[in-house]
Design a protein. Structure first.
Length: 205
């Protein structure tokens, strides 16, 4: 009797654990890769920056005479969760564009070190409104290593996490849809900059 009861409880526990694991996997699933690690299929360049694929990484640098530029998806997205694994060479001024419609109508999860006001990567920027939310904790940034940005846009609700810590949670109606992309900023002071992306995935919401 005791033995049978023990077996029944063990089986029930195993079923529950398997069920929980499946639920967690389902919750984290649904993402689609936007970068294939081989070429720039699905992307278009704008401006004079240089975009290439090197050793499986998407790499962006300034062009001739410190020329800036952007790289955008060919597709337009509205509500989504976006995951980006990146690292940079400093000094750097870059970021992940989202819901981009034009240089004036867009959002960006910044990758930078800004002095006035003081803020760091993960800061939420809107060209017509400047900073909508600022990450003021530089300790969250792995300056020489890999970082993970998670951007979630659903309706007017915009959220950003950097390396697992939420750094932005705002409501704004500047733009409801647009492309996703990366920026290389102009200026001689950013001449050495390089942004490297090893993975970018999106999940519709």
């Amino acid at each position: 009797m005791v033995k049978n009861l023990f077996l029944s409880v063990s089986l029930l526990t195993l079923v529950l654990l398997i069920g929980c694991e499946k639920t967690l996997q389902d919750q984290s699933g649904g993402y689609k890769k936007l970068f294939n690690g081989k070429d720039l299929t699905g992307w278009r360049a704008d401006g004079g920056a240089i975009w290439r694929v090197q050793d499986g990484l998407l790499v962006g640098t300034q062009g001739e005479n410190n020329a800036p530029g952007d790289l955008f998806t060919e597709n337009v997205y509205q509500d989504f969760a976006l995951k980006v694994d990146y690292r940079v060479v400093w000094p750097c001024n870059s970021g992940v564009w989202f819901r981009y419609q034009s240089p004036e109508v867009a959002y960006q999860a910044d990758i930078l070190e800004y002095q006035n006001p003081e803020c760091y990567s993960g800061t939420l920027y809107c060209p017509s409104k400047m900073f909508l939310a600022m990450n003021t904790d530089k300790a969250l940034v792995s300056r020489d290593g890999w970082n993970t940005l998670l951007v979630q846009a659903q309706g007017d609700h915009l959220q950003i996490w950097l390396n697992g810590r939420q750094v932005a949670d705002v409501h704004d109606t500047t733009t409801a849809s647009g492309t996703i992309g990366f920026q290389v900023h102009p200026g001689q002071e950013f001449g050495p900059m390089k942004i490297m992306v090893r993975d970018i995935q999106i999940k519709p919401l």
